[in-house]
Write a protein that binds this ligand. Sequence first.
Ligand SMILES: *Cc1c(COP(=O)(O)O)cnc(C)c1O
Length: 440
Amino acid sequence: MAVSSTLKFENSETFARSMDEADPLRSYRDRFYLPSLESLKSGRYEDVEGGQPCVYLAGNSLGLQPRSVKESIGKELEDWAAYGVEGHFHARKPWLPYHENLTEMSARLVGAKPLEVVVMNTLTTNLHLMMVSFYRPTKNRYKVLIEGGAFPSDQYAVASQAKFHGYDPENAVLELHPRQGEETMRTEDILAYLDQHGEDIALVVLGNVNYLTGQAFEVATIAARAHEKGCLFGLNLAHGAGNLVLKLHEWQVDFAVWCSYKYLNSGPGSLAGCFVHENHADSFDLPRFAGWWGHNKKTRFEMGPSFDPISGAEGWQLSNPPIFQLAALRASLAIFDEVGMVKIREKGDKLTAFLEYLLNDIPGDFCKIITPADPAQRGCQLSIRFKGEPKKLLAALKEEGVICDFREPDIIRAAPAPLYNSFDDIYRFARILNSFASGK
Ligand SMILES: *Cc1c(COP(=O)(O)O)cnc(C)c1O
């Protein structure tokens, strides 16, 4: 999908605008609320419309609000008012099976069968639930392999699982690191690592995309080698869902988890997704932490004492889910489903390549992109390492209405989101960097 390599870019506002005019997804920007320079300063909702829209490049931290979310949540508020508890059966979309409204869209989003996905809980919770079932250390094979510099929550989760099983995380948690002097991992090195240590490893968990470097791993190849070595393979798709074209079923990933508030635009702290491969759909002998929402739907309300799990991912549910948050995610997923990940990725690839081109056009060694240059090994995030004083740069960006993410000590993560970012946004961002680099 290296469409970007065939594109010829120009470093001008006119060119950026012409890209926007030719963009088949350009109308989707109007389906979102973009914070404005004015609303950022005043904090007033009334200042969002009609102001100067910000250049929002932080969709990998918190995606923007689709305009359709308000109506979607509003309907559930009305039905709650009208029906009370009866809404479980009589709401326009009854609450009892409400999460099922999201199943097919989630499945298409991550390349799964409906049986393999469910929306439930939050990301770290789901990671733990998955490790309860799929991290099953034995005397000779008890290690977990993660990427070095994994997102802290993932590190804590993995280390605490190792401890829970009575192992010292120092010894039980293995980390992959790039070669000396390199920023990202080479697939060949990951495969060689598995060849060498695979027999000690019970579970491999990778973040796809890596949150810090923006590297997308070659999942199918790595999962196949992990399986050859007898390891199970899981993914954290916090930065992959809604960003990459995913084929979880085909890739034979054992489990995956993702949050929906980053690229998936469903609101702060919103619900998470979970994938369990069909191969494990009826593995009822796996240890699992159970709750009533994972119980056979036909007999759930008989309130019997013994747990009878639903086949597939739904069998890992614990609680009846928050309907308002599901309503927000349903509205947001509908947009992804309408466009499809292939088109979203195509535009993401172009936006990212344009950003790369403009950054490479900045004279001197002011900034360096650490995300892989190969479009197949990244999504729409570029992680940029800066020389000089990042705090001053961040202040300058904010002053001009650019919102992006900074990680200590010197990395800015800029993520053009295909549904609401424009080529003009990218141009505005790069122009500010360029003037900052040249001291203007
Ligand atoms: C965002 C993110 C998290 C956050 O976890 P929550 O449980 O949603 O708070 C965890 N891991 C990764 C890799 C992330 O990017």
